[in-house]
Design a protein around this ligand. Sequence first.
Ligand SMILES: [Zn+2]
Ligand SMILES: [Zn+2]
Length: 111
Amino acid sequence: MPRESFTCPRCGAAEADPVLAPQRFCGICQDFTGRCGASFIAAALLATGVVEIPGWPYPCTSTGTERWLLARVAGAETGIGLCAPHGDRLRAGAASWMKALGLTLNPAGRS
Ligand SMILES: [Zn+2]
Ligand SMILES: [Zn+2]
């Protein structure tokens, strides 16, 4: 059986622990950073006072295959992984209304 590993989108470290890696859990961040970060974004939105996030299903337990950068008005950028459906939602316009709330989401690797 091939050993699973993933690169944590938040801290950039490669997680290859035989127990943690298959769960997409980063031992450094102590979080499931290898999974879709839909809940992470939802938590950031809820922190802005939003009570409902239409069109944004969460939690999502899919593997995060796309890398995005989440930036808040006051704060550093956080790398997150998103599944393809959630990435599509951002591209389809979700990113613009989130930006109106102070969250900026950009695909990683582009500025
Ligand atoms: Zn990490
Ligand atoms: Zn997702």
